[in-house]
Design a protein around this ligand. Structure first.
Ligand code: CO
Length: 348
């Protein structure tokens, strides 16, 4: 099927920024040689010219296509969905937060440099986000600074480092640094709990990811981390913030009634809603409406999770359907489609 022969699905003169997409570079040096630490680093097994398998040790992790690494293919996908700018983040399997910090640092440097290289000749079409060794605040800050100087726009982080959540002192130090240097942060769930109950039907993705994101937003709110972190921090959460918006009422009630819940933050949870952004990868107008009603249309960024199979295709159609259904005003839709992301990225 030729992509070129398909007409654009949206008006290309409209600004449309996709804040949630991923890349995988096509090749990288043997990571065990770069970093040390044994043979179970991810590697890429070529399948055809246009397809490859991400391997973790000897296990197949995910089959990917050239839309992960080819800017030309991505640009053609973007044109088809009317996307004018795409934020490209790493794929979380490469974070290495469970490794010694120096090893994760060396791997981050390699993948971040390849991430820049991939999009070096594409003008203004892409913003790239880097990854950092989040298990070590000093190394994470240093790698972020190096990457910003090399042209990365912001940073994607996993929503936890083992048992440390986003309110961990080291991670708060890193987030404070992001606020100070003006780097937008994109929080992606990863490393979901596993069990026989979750290890089927992609349930780690379908129930684990939304719960993980909810958990990490609550860790920032209930610990009082948002009381301590500079309010210049621009932090966005994937997949509509997971379960958070739906369960805000339950959390608010718990905070009002239980000293086990309200001993960390100065204010009730609803006070901190303007501190977070979420993307629109929720697939259902009712869910999008909840996000807009709860957080405000100025706190939602269009996103897709392109090019992965659980992503939205065509990109942004839940936002366009909401505008067509008339409950989202043209102004709100334009903000979600592009204006909010440009502010988040510092491109406005
Ligand atoms: Co994603």
């Amino acid at each position: 099927m030729s992509q070129e022969s398909q007409p654009p699905l949206t008006n290309p003169i409209l600004d449309k920024v996709d804040a949630h997409s991923h890349h995988v570079p096509h090749g990288w040096p043997e990571l065990a040689e770069v970093a040390g630490g044994g043979a179970d680093w991810p590697w890429l097994k070529p399948l055809t010219e246009r397809e490859a398998m991400i391997m973790v040790g000897s296990a197949e992790f995910r089959r990917i296509g050239d839309n992960c690494w080819s800017p030309e293919v991505r640009l053609s996908d973007m044109a088809r969905s009317g996307v004018t700018h795409q934020v490209v983040s790493p794929t979380p399997v490469f974070f290495g937060y469970d490794r010694p910090p120096e090893q994760a640092m060396r791997v981050a440097r390699v993948l971040n440099d390849l991430g820049r290289e991939m999009f070096a000749d594409t003008g203004e079409a892409f913003s790239t986000f880097c990854q950092v060794p989040l298990q070590d605040a000093d190394l994470a800050c240093a790698e972020l600074d190096r990457c910003l100087a090399n042209g990365h726009r912001g940073v994607e982080i996993g929503n936890h480092v083992g048992d440390r959540d986003l309110d961990d002192a080291g991670i708060v130090t890193f987030l404070q640094h992001c606020a100070e240097v003006g780097a937008p942060v994109f929080v992606h769930p990863w490393d979901m709990p596993n069990s026989p109950r979750l290890n089927r039907y992609m349930l780690q993705w379908l129930t684990g990811m939304p719960a993980e994101t909810h958990l990490s937003i609550l860790s920032l709110i209930l610990s009082g981390a948002f009381d301590r972190i500079d309010d210049r921090l621009r932090i966005a959460f994937a997949h509509g913030g997971g379960s958070f918006a739906f369960w805000l009422g339950r959390v608010e009630n718990a905070w009002q009634r239980s000293p086990n819940v309200n001993r960390g933050s100065e204010k009730p949870p609803s006070h901190y809603l303007d501190r977070i952004l979420v993307d629109s990868v929720v697939f259902d107008q009712r869910a999008l409406r909840l996000l807009v009603d709860t957080l405000g249309a100025d706190h939602v960024l269009l996103g897709s999770d392109h090019p992965y199979p659980l992503g939205e295709e065509p990109v942004g159609h839940v936002v366009e359907d909401a505008e067509a259904a008339d409950w989202l005003t043209a102004e709100q839709a334009a903000a979600i489609r592009g204006g909010n992301a440009r502010r988040y990225l510092g491109l406005a």
